[in-house]
Ligand binder design. Structure first.
Ligand SMILES: NC(=O)c1ccc[n+]([C@@H]2O[C@H](COP(=O)([O-])OP(=O)(O)OC[C@H]3O[C@@H](n4cnc5c(N)ncnc54)[C@H](OP(=O)(O)O)[C@@H]3O)[C@@H](O)[C@H]2O)c1
Length: 328
């Protein structure tokens, strides 16, 4: 597995990361098998995947708890990221969504993060977080100036509770506010070959400021693996029902697209998932994109991890982009 530097933090991590959102289960992804999730986290490391991403909001604490159990006695083997800025425990903030009768609000004020970091450390059974990411940004009805948030995250770094700072779901202006307020090492953004807009906006800024671009949902929640021909094959929870590619009229477009690339899979001796991961890792400046794929099953992590070693020729990267632009 290739590795890469995370911003200017001095942290080195696998090019393919493992996301633990689905491990949280709940109505977002449907129930998870915790024992299988833990085996998957362990197997990821055996395959060279060191970067593991979770968040308090994933399963309302459940994903962090499962990750914490998996990492007992192995903490130093992983680069662990988790997040702050979303509360569901009655804390004040700007309403983001109501799910399963729970109000989830945005609040990235220092006094709230001070509570959150302690709760995450406890659930994760660790005394430090490698990359601490502000999950979603302020809404006008509950302002939290980025300079205040960054100031407090800088304090957490001095205390040794976190090693690097990340931010997620940013506008260009918010990106600039972060880098002006302190050392931002990573941004986590939804990016796939079928959803390239954020990269077009932020790749240049990441290159300019030495920030790692971490692409989340690079498989469009599994559909770009080429294995899903009918939505009934997977759990259509809240996470997938938001993705247009699972709609019956769009699945054939995915099948046609991935069908075109069968010769490329043969050329590189890889699966469709690995081809797509290789393409994604080649974006940005060619060495600053980290590919964060979700997985909660052994066969998925085996498939995804090997994508970290697929290096595509420039001509094939360009062909795949043109093909993808043909449908999105
Ligand atoms: N910052 C944010 O706001 C944000 C938002 C979304 C995600 N994220 C992070 O990014 C990670 C990845 O994003 P994501 O989970 O949305 O999307 P993804 O990586 O595109 O898709 C993950 C899902 O696709 C299926 N899958 C994975 N590998 C597969 C394979 N090789 N073959 C077939 N199916 C496969 C699995 O579904 P099943 O489990 O149902 O089998 C898996 O849960 C998350 O886990 C999370 O850590 C961050």
């Amino acid at each position: 597995m290739r590795t890469m530097k995370i911003g200017k933090s001095g942290i080195e991590a696998s090019v393919v990361g493992m996301g633990a959102w689905a491990i949280g289960g709940d109505s977002m992804w449907g129930a998870s098998d915790d024992a299988e999730s833990i085996r998957t986290i362990h197997h990821a490391r055996e395959l060279g995947v060191t970067l593991l991403d979770t968040a308090p909001a994933y399963g309302l604490g459940h994903s962090e708890e499962v990750v914490g159990k998996a990492l007992v006695g192995r903490r130093g083997d992983y680069v662990l990221s988790t997040k702050c800025g979303l509360r569901w425990d009655g804390k004040e903030g700007a309403l983001m969504m109501e799910r399963d009768g729970v109000r989830i609000v945005r609040n990235s004020r220092p006094e709230s993060i001070a509570e959150e970091v302690e709760m995450s450390l406890k659930r994760l059974q660790t005394d430090y977080i490698d990359i601490y990411i502000v999950h979603w940004q302020e809404l006008p009805e509950f302002p939290c100036p980025i300079a205040d948030t960054m100031g407090f995250l800088g304090e957490l770094k001095k205390q040794g509770k976190i090693r690097a700072i990340g931010a997620s779901n940013l506008s260009d202006a918010q990106f600039l506010e972060y880098v002006q307020a302190g050392q931002l090492d990573l941004i986590q953004e939804k990016y796939s070959m079928l959803d390239r807009g954020v990269g077009d906006r932020l790749f240049g800024l990441c290159d300019q400021y030495g920030v790692t671009f971490q692409a989340y949902s690079p498989l469009e929640r599994g559909v770009l693996s080429g294995k899903i021909t009918d939505a009934s094959q997977v759990h259509m929870g809240v996470a997938r029902s938001r993705i247009k590619w699972f709609q019956p009229e769009n699945l054939p477009k995915i099948a046609a697209l991935t069908g075109k690339w069968a010769p490329l899979c043969k050329k590189y001796g890889c699966t469709m998932t690995q081809l797509v991961i290789g393409w994604t890792a080649a974006q940005g400046n060619g060495s600053n994109v980290n590919v964060l794929c979700g997985a909660r099953k052994l066969d998925q992590i085996e498939d995804n991890a090997k994508g970290g070693d697929v290096v595509l020729d420039a001509a094939d990267i360009a062909t795949m982009r043109r093909d993808a632009e043909g449908i999105a």
